[in-house]
Design a protein around this ligand. Structure first.
Ligand SMILES: [Fe+2]
Ligand SMILES: [Fe+2]
Length: 210
């Protein structure tokens, strides 16, 4: 995508989401974009993709539930979504709506929107960045674990994923809601992966000292 094409599509997305989202949600979206672009620079991936995925990630947040569910079942029948998982529907519905409106966008970007709430095992860098940026963006009011997540976002994306997934799953359970199976699998996956990475870097440091 050329810079001109990026600017044109960004402008169109801004107008679209400004109409679809409530004011607070729009502000949050701009915070996610700012954070996602900074993380994309830090981890050396395409900043244009990070910007567009971030702007689109919550596009279905204020859509009515029936419509969200319909889009989910039409575009993501394999995920097993029902009104039982009300808070995660907007992510998959938003990915479907973005795909309908912007068919030229790559699948990787659509997936970053789709999995920004549940997470999943084996996420790509763009997916992880959108998931994390959503959690740590500057408009978030302070809560337990936020600063820790911000710190890990700069150091190691997998460790940061493990931390956020664990905190989010605990929060969902504390509210007597079911945790989506994708989030349970993702939490286990990133817990083990980040432990392995940390052990590896410890033993590399030891080797260096010898
Ligand atoms: Fe969301
Ligand atoms: Fe969000």
């Amino acid at each position: 995508m050329t810079h001109e094409q990026y600017l044109a599509i960004r402008e169109d997305i801004m107008q679209w989401i400004a109409k679809r989202l409530k004011k607070g949600r729009f502000q949050h979206t701009l915070g996610v974009e700012q954070t996602a672009v900074a993380l994309a620079q830090r981890y050396e991936i395409d900043t244009q993709m990070a910007s567009l995925a971030a702007l689109l990630h919550d596009n279905a947040k204020n859509m009515d539930m029936e419509q969200q569910l319909l889009l989910c079942q039409q575009y993501f029948p394999e995920i097993g979504l029902s009104s039982q998982y009300a808070t995660v529907l907007h992510a998959f519905a938003g990915a479907a709506a973005a795909k309908q409106r912007y068919p030229q966008l790559p699948e990787e970007l659509i997936e970053a929107i789709a999995y920004h709430t549940t997470g999943r095992a084996h996420m790509g860098t763009l997916e992880k960045i959108i998931y994390i940026a959503d959690y740590i963006e500057p408009n978030r009011k302070s809560f337990a674990g936020l600063e820790k997540a911000r710190k890990w976002a700069q150091k190691n994306l997998d460790r940061c994923m493990a931390l956020i997934l664990q905190q989010t799953n605990e929060y969902v359970m504390m509210n007597y809601k079911p945790v989506h199976p994708l989030s349970i699998e993702a939490a286990q996956y990133y817990h083990i992966l980040s432990k392995q990475e940390m052990n590896l870097s410890k033993s590399e440091k030891k080797e260096g000292k010898k």
